[in-house]
Ligand binder design. Structure first.
Ligand code: ADP
Ligand code: MG
Length: 622
């Protein structure tokens, strides 16, 4: 059943549907360096760490319930055997004989009542265990989802920006599901294990010799199965790696489909994917076979144990038929517990790599939490940097000792060859990244002293890729913030968007469609500008806002920016010179250095990047 479909490497039958999209975007590297625990104890510690607070206490309760339930069940089975015997052979006397060498005068009627009470205790303990399991599962889901979302959103941009597309979904669905499965496996295993222990102890009290010999045989069985279980786990790991190879290829298909067609590489890709599919299916077959075979083998071996018990009783000579019947019943029941123990052990192991990965990623997010402390800021006048250097990789600076000041209300254009460091500088001004050396200042005050929240209330950003989310135009301008409709419309007017939106039948309630598919590129960009203006920022920073747009849309955006000029500080990275005509000063950044920072008219007279660019655009025009 579910075992058949488990493809995520869970030999022990972790249901694939619970694993969500599976390991689609997991990278092999992530799988290898996820601090995968090598011992059961370490794996267990990782699961507990990700479980809700108080989990240990609940598990302790499960243990107590299982012991009570186990004894109750033993007593029940024992009475059952005695009653059957009384009904079959001694129906005339109405009194039954108990084992352990004790004879009582319990009537069949009284025994039935006691049996019913014991059964109730047993059922009660099972129901309560189920309640605990479902509570723990639901709490784990909620806790981990909240923790994952929170730690991701609170992490530094430098970490957020490295996150692969789809990985967060994977963490939120498949990885968290595995933690839940792993915790359930622990609960079930504890329950089955202590139940088994209590029953065996019960059997031991009834008649030590057969019970003891069965316990010894069970231990031998466990040792016998160990190598097989190990092998199953190794197969599971291989299956996972093979699947990852396949998923890596598959995830790229959507992006590459057009290029594969136009390069006429379909056959080659099919061949490559075919080879990977075959490899994955081969390891799946082996792992699955082992997993499927393990259960019946174990069941058979466990039934064999019952035979062992009977043989011992036979050889030792049965003293009491009721005892014998009870022991056989108890042993049969113990076997189902032992099997649960075995399969939950497998389940648990199937989950551990995912648990480790989630734990590792959460630790990374949490270690990279952005510092939100600092003082409030109610006004930005000048904006500047002093001795600012930055390196993505230590020792390889991208920006070299920059120094400049931008006056309040100035419009600044930033130009320069691609890769020169313009976007990096913007990210530093936005405090998305932090200087390796030097400082960013507002009114001469280091921005590190200012709280991020108040910083982003005064400074806003528009990127080249205008990201909209599935919602209405108004929602996209408000962007999760509590902004009244008048402010939204006011921002849309400033962004030259209002007339367009007002002409749509549903106006601001028009749905922009998934990822903004329903509106044009220029409209999308203007929605993003309106979003930035909705908080009425003192500084507006734009990184190549028009480079993805056609000439006409660009003209509208330029008009918008001209309208904003003088009302707030504008910092515009642009690759088209036309965008820069509205700027008071232009900064040329080449190789991470400021090559020039002066009015356009002065720059045009000087040999350099700007003059060359001007000449190029003139000769293109003529
Ligand atoms: P520009 O915006 O002027 O085109 P960038 O600031 O984007 O330039 O890039 C400057 C340099 O920094 C380039 O050499 C680029 O390869 C490098 N770079 C940009 N982003 C990263 C990053 N996230 N990690 C490492 N290097 C980066
Ligand atoms: Mg750039």
């Amino acid at each position: 059943m579910v075992k058949r479909r488990s493809a995520g490497g869970a030999v022990g039958g972790v249901p694939e549907h619970a694993a969500g999209s599976g390991a689609t975007t997991l990278k092999r590297a992530a799988l290898q360096d996820a601090d995968e625990p090598t011992t059961l104890r370490a794996a267990w510690a990782q699961t507990v760490e990700l479980s809700p607070p108080g989990t240990r206490r609940w598990l302790l309760l499960v243990v107590v319930l299982s012991i009570v339930g186990g004894f109750a069940e033993t007593g029940f089975l024992f009475l059952l055997a005695s009653i059957s015997l009384a009904l079959a052979g001694q129906a005339d006397t109405d009194a039954i004989t108990l084992g352990i060498g004790v004879s009582t005068n319990l009537t069949v009627g009284a025994s039935l009542w006691i049996a019913a009470a014991l059964l109730t205790v047993r059922i009660g303990s099972q129901v309560f265990t189920s309640l605990i399991t479902s509570k723990l599962s639901a709490d784990t889901f909620a806790n981990l989802r909240t923790r994952t979302m929170r730690s991701f959103l609170r992490a530094e941009w430098s970490l957020q920006s490295t996150e692969q597309n789809g990985h967060l979904q994977d963490l939120m669905s498949s990885h968290i599901s595995r933690v839940v499965l792993s915790l359930s496996a622990v609960t079930f295993a504890l329950s089955a294990g202590f139940n088994l222990g209590a029953m065996l102890l019960g059997a031991f009290l009834v008649d030590p010799i057969p019970a003891l010999s069965v316990m010894v045989a069970a231990a031998a069985l466990f040792l016998l199965f160990r190598p097989l279980s190990k092998r199953a786990r190794a197969m599971g790991r291989r299956q996972r790696t093979d699947n990852l190879d396949l998923w890596e290829l598959v995830t790229q298909m959507i992006v590459l489909a057009r290029d594969i067609r136009t390069s006429s590489a379909e056959d080659e890709v099919l061949e490559l994917s075919g080879a990977r599919i075959d490899r994955a299916s081969d390891s799946y077959r082996k792992a699955n076979l082992l997993s499927l075979i393990l259960s019946p083998l174990f069941q058979g071996a466990a039934l064999g144990l019952a035979l062992v018990g009977l043989t011992v009783v036979h050889l030792a000579g049965a003293e009491n038929l009721a005892e014998l019947g009870a022991i056989v019943l108890i042993l049969l029941r113990s076997m189902s517990n032992a099997q649960t123990l075995q399969s939950q052990h497998q389940n648990f192991h199937g989950c551990t790599p995912f648990v480790s990965q989630l734990r590792k990623r959460l630790h990374e997010y949490e270690a990279a939490e952005a510092d939100r402390s600092g003082e409030p800021l109610d006004h930005i006048g000048t904006l500047g940097v002093t001795e600012l250097s930055f390196a993505y990789t230590p020792g390889q600076p991208i920006l070299h000792r920059l120094d400049f000041t931008i006056e309040h209300g100035e419009a600044i254009g930033i130009v320069g060859p691609s890769g020169g460091g313009k976007s990096t500088l913007i990210q530093l001004l936005l405090r998305l990244r932090h200087p390796t050396e030097g400082t960013v200042t507002a009114d001469g005050r280091p921005v590190a002293e200012i709280s991020l929240d108040s910083w982003y209330r005064r400074i806003a950003f528009v990127a080249q890729d205008a990201n909209l989310y599935a919602g209405t135009v108004a929602e996209n301008i408000a962007f999760f913030r509590d902004i009244p409709r008048e402010r939204i419309e006011e921002a849309a007017r400033l962004a030259n968007l209002h007339d367009t939106v007002a002409s749509w039948p549903e106006g601001y309630d028009t749905h922009v469609g998934e990822r903004g598919g329903a509106v044009s590129g220029g409209q999308r960009q203007r929605i993003c500008i309106a979003r930035a203006l909705a908080s009425d920022p003192a500084v507006l920073i734009l990184d190549e806002p028009t480079s993805a747009l056609d000439v006409e849309s660009e003209a509208v955006i330029q008009e918008t920016l001209e309208g904003l000029r003088g009302t707030r500080t504008l910092v515009i990275v642009a690759h088209r010179l036309s965008t820069l005509s509205l700027c008071d000063r232009i900064m040329v950044i080449e190789d991470g250095r400021i090559a020039a920072f002066e009015p356009a008219a002065d720059l045009a007279r000087r040999e350099g990047f700007y003059q060359r660019a001007l000449e190029r655009s003139r000769s293109a025009a003529s």
